[in-house]
Each structure stands twice: as C-alpha cells, then as structure tokens.
Design a binder for this molecule. Structure first.
Ligand SMILES: Nc1ncnc2c1ncn2[C@@H]1O[C@H](COP(=O)(O)OP(=O)(O)O)[C@@H](O)[C@H]1O
Ligand SMILES: [Mg+2]
Length: 371
C-alpha cells in the first residue's frame, strides 16, 4: 500500500437533506471524514444508510446542505462550471451496474472521458486506451462490445474508463455487489493493485464487510446518515464497540453462524456455576496457544474450544476463539481479566439472552418475508 499520510479528502460537518413534498429526509448527518492519500477507505452500512449520498458529495454530484468538502486542498463547494468539471476529472467513480455504453466498443467506452477537455492528440488517446485496457487485463477486448463481456470484465472496463484522466481518487459505490464471490475477489485485488502501483486512493462503499476486510486499511460504519464508528481496519476488527459494527464483522467472519450452532448444544445451554461461554478475539501476535495453556497453569481454568477462526487482515493474523471456560469460584472471571490485560478482546455470551435474540431476529425475518 502507498504511504498514507496527508489528507486528500476532508469532509467537515456534512449534512445532506432532501426535501420532498410530504417529507424531509436527512440522508447524511453531521459527517466528518478524513481520507489520506493512499488509503483504501471502506464505508460500510446497510441499504439506505446514506453511503451513496455521502460519496456523491465528495465529487459534488450531490451538493451538501451544510459543511465543507476539500479534495486535494481545494474547497469544492466554491467551484462551479468548468472549474468543478476540472476538479471532478481527478475523482473517478465506478458503480454496481457498470454504466457502460452498450452501442460502443470497449475501446470507445474507455476513450469517452478523453473526448472532452483532454489535451492529448488522437494517437495519444488511442495509446492511453490501450494502456488502460492492458492495466485492467482486457488488452484483447478493445473491439468487442459490452454485451460480449462477463460482469467482471464489464467492471474492468468501467475501472479503465474511470482511470482515463489519471484521477488521484477512485470511488467505488457497490462495484462488486452484482458479482459472484470469485469475480468480486478478482476486482478487489485489481483495486488493491491500482492502489499499490498508481498510489490511487480508493473509497470503497459496500454493504459487505467481506469486501472491506479484503483490501481496506480503514473503515467507517454508517447508520441512518451518521458515521457511528471508524478507525484502522485491525482496530475495528479486533475491538468493535458499536452493535452494528459487531454485526457486520460477525456476519463476515461467520462467527454468528458458529455461535448460533454452539448455543443449540445442550451442554452449552446447561452451563453450571463457574462456567462461562466466551468469544475471544485478538489481532497480531498475541498468540492464543500459550494463553490457553496459561488459563490452566495460572488459574486452574479449563478451556473447552468450540470453534476457532484465524484470518489474515493487512498481513496480520486476526483470530477468534469460542470457548467454554470452567473453574472453581470466580477463577473464570479472574482468568478473563488476565486475558483482557494481554490485549485480547473478551466477549461474554449469555446463552439464554443470545438465543432469545436469535429467535427475535428469526421472527422479524419471517414477518418481513410474509409481508
Ligand atoms: N435524490 C434523493 N431524493 C430523496 N431522497 C433521497 C435521494 N437520494 C437518496 N435519498 C434517501 O436518502 C437516504 C440514503 O440513501 P443512499 O445514500 O442511497 O443510501 P445507501 O447508499 O447507503 O443505500 C435514503 O433514505 C434514500 O431514500
Ligand atoms: Mg447506495
């Protein structure tokens, strides 16, 4: 990843309010966000959270109702007409549905942004198109039409087109949401490659934490127009504070399905005094093996491992372990305090409450499905 130091995007106190005949929608509320040069900054949230509105403010396709937008040191709110169009060429954008022109060849789709305002000669423009198609791995598709390409290839064309004017920033709004998991992985890898080789700053909007996990170094979680939590990927993943963040992380690491299984086991439902179901999570080399051994050596607490998972995020192992701990008296609590001191995040699961919560969610989903 390119060195992440100076701010390239600064959003200050941003509100976006839509006024309709019968109602007012506050799509973005008091958002402050700084993206540094070289970041791959993930913005995650459910549908309707305000993600698209927020990123459209970055290139001023959507004007804010309040606040300031600064990109590469330039206050975009002061710009209009030609100056705004000029500033926008430094911000590329890709979308879920590719938005290609079906009646034009792949080459002409990529050429399109160079037709207006580019100082290149005709020959230079064609050379640029070739270079861009090569960059996204589609050198042999120049004369094909979009209908002849797969979804992943179409998104590659859209990326090439978005890079035509050598932008410093690429905004990806759900660009992988219409793609299968394998193609999604390949497109995310391409974005990471562009980040590393071109120093491209990427803002990645998604409703899937999986995508954030794959390539982002920073993440912000949006809910009801607000950023409710943000930070370095590793910090957020190893120690989320907001309920929604936890939900996104659990879904993406399949901890939720592991827990849902575990709490159906009779032994787990009938834990005795001095027994506790916990989920431990840690980032980096706070290696779990010696820690587990110490539970017994130091506290005479017996760990029964129910599930475990280690993922590599940003070249760093992030581990999750589901355990039932058993000990005499308050040995388990003492042991857990020690574990937390070692930098491991401890989550105690109340089995009855957890099951009740699952039942509530299942009922809500059923209701939704039958409406
Ligand atoms: N042009 C618009 N006019 C009115 N309401 C809008 C407009 N665009 C978005 N909204 C509303 O703003 C909220 C946030 O939408 P959006 O930014 O698209 O969320 P997301 O991208 O997270 O799904 C939604 O309630 C949506 O209906
Ligand atoms: Mg959206």
């Amino acid at each position: 990843m390119a060195e992440a130091t100076s701010p390239i995007i600064e959003l200050k106190d941003i509100d976006v309010t839509f006024k309709e005949a019968d109602r007012t929608v506050k799509a973005v509320k008091d958002v402050n966000l700084q993206v540094n040069k070289g970041d791959i900054y993930g913005i995650v949230g459910y549908s309707g959270a305000g993600k698209s509105t927020l990123v459209r403010v970055i290139n001023q396709l959507q004007r804010q109702s309040k606040g300031t937008v600064t990109v590469s040191g330039q206050n975009l709110g002061n710009l209009s007409g030609k100056n705004l169009r000029q500033a926008r060429t430094k911000i590329g954008m890709i979308f879920q549905h590719f938005n290609l022109m079906n009646e034009r060849t792949i080459g002409d789709n990529v050429l399109f942004p160079l037709l207006l305002g580019s100082k290149l000669t005709r020959k230079e423009k064609q050379a640029k198109v070739d270079e861009l198609l090569d960059l996204v791995g589609l050198a042999d598709k120049k004369n094909d039409y979009p209908a002849q390409l797969s979804g992943g290839q179409k998104q590659r064309v859209a990326i090439a087109r978005a890079l035509a004017n050598d932008p410093e920033i690429l905004i990806s709004d759900e660009a992988t949401s219409a793609l299968d998991p394998k193609t999604t992985g390949a497109i995310l890898e391409l974005l990471k490659h562009l980040n590393e080789t071109l120093g491209l700053t990427v803002v990645l909007i998604t409703h899937e934490m999986q995508a954030v996990k794959a390539i982002c170094n920073k993440v912000a979680v949006m809910q009801s127009g607000e950023i409710i939590e943000r930070g370095d990927l590793l910090t957020i993943f190893s120690n989320p504070t907001e309920q929604l963040t936890k939900e996104f992380i659990e879904t993406s690491s399949q901890i939720d399905s592991a827990l849902a299984n575990v709490v159906e086991q009779a032994t787990v439902q009938n834990l005795g005094a001095g027994e506790q179901l916990v989920v431990l999570s840690y980032a980096g080399d706070s290696t779990e093996a010696p820690l587990i051994a110490q539970l017994y050596e130091k506290f005479h607490v017996t760990p029964n491992i129910l599930f475990g998972n280690v993922e590599i995020l940003q070249n760093t192992p992030v581990g999750t372990l589901g355990l039932v701990l058993s000990g005499v008296g308050d040995a388990v609590e003492t042991a857990l305090a020690y574990v937390a001191q070692q930098g491991v995040h401890v989550r105690r699961i109340n089995v009855a409450e957890y099951r009740a919560e699952l039942a509530r969610k299942a009922a809500a989903n059923n209701e939704e499905a039958t409406v």
